[in-house]
Design a protein around this ligand. Structure first.
Ligand SMILES: CC(C)(COP(=O)(O)OP(=O)(O)OC[C@H]1O[C@@H](n2cnc3c(N)ncnc32)[C@H](O)[C@@H]1OP(=O)(O)O)[C@@H](O)C(=O)NCCC(=O)NCCS
Length: 142
């Protein structure tokens, strides 16, 4: 039963403390993303996916911006490789479809490109640096 989790879509207003906890842990502490880059002012207008364990712990998150850009996909280390990231992406892609988007984009960390390819995302353009981490743009037609 320990591996059970749920993913739901939440507003920043409703999910902020739990979403912040995951992103502080994964991006700021684990990946050394500067806080001023992590908190970019785009959360209030985004829709967020929040993964919770059966115990109610926040274990993963992601967001979609009003323009269809998906990002901030994060799963805490002890829950990786257990399909939480996939469930977060599926929730955000379903939300994009429900809102009529024909195309979504991600700025993928290069190491995570295979994760996004699994959903059909394709790389676009050259590698670039963001927060000291190599990235590539990827896009998916819905
Ligand atoms: C990338 C991340 C969100 C994936 O989450 P996850 O919960 O481990 O993903 P899943 O368990 O749903 O993985 C689905 C599949 O993708 C694969 N996968 C996951 N991360 C991968 C990676 N970095 N490279 C290659 N394959 C990967 C898994 O092995 C799995 O494949 P399988 O079913 O054949 O075993 C997670 O590793 C993470 O939080 N990383 C740190 C934050 C980060 O870098 N986010 C991405 C920013 S662009």
């Amino acid at each position: 039963m320990d591996h059970l989790f749920t993913v739901s879509l939440v507003s920043w207003h409703d999910g902020e403390p739990l979403l912040r906890a995951v992103r502080e842990s994964v991006f700021i502490r684990e990946q050394n993303v500067p806080p001023e880059l992590e908190w970019d002012g785009l959360d209030e207008t985004s829709r967020h996916a929040l993964a919770l364990s059966a115990k109610g712990d926040a274990i993963g998150c992601g967001r979609i911006l009003p323009d269809g850009h998906i990002g901030r996909i994060a799963v805490v280390p002890q829950w990786r490789k257990q399909t939480v990231g996939t469930a977060i992406m599926e929730a955000l892609l379903n939300d994009a479809r429900a809102h009529g988007f024909k195309r979504v984009e991600v700025d993928a960390q290069v190491y995570a490109i295979p994760f996004y390819r699994r959903f059909g995302f394709e790389e676009d353009g050259e590698e670039f640096m963001d927060a000291g981490i190599p990235h590539r743009k990827m896009w998916l037609r819905l």
